[in-house]
Write a protein of this length. Structure first.
Length: 50
């Protein structure tokens, strides 16, 4: 999956601040908004309902 990001994109992994480079294959992602440049990426290492 390819997602456009910029300097204002925030990333969290399991509710902890992270960077885009910290995202790994197999993580469960929620990207907001779903189209265009991502403002927020929420990642979880275990399955969860967003």
């Amino acid at each position: 999956m390819k997602v456009q990001t910029n300097d204002k994109t925030t990333v969290t992994i399991d509710d902890k601040d992270a960077k885009v480079a910290d995202l790994k294959k197999g993580m469960y992602l929620r990207i907001e908004p779903p189209e265009g440049i991502a403002v927020k990426i929420i990642a979880k290492t275990k399955p969860v309902k967003f």
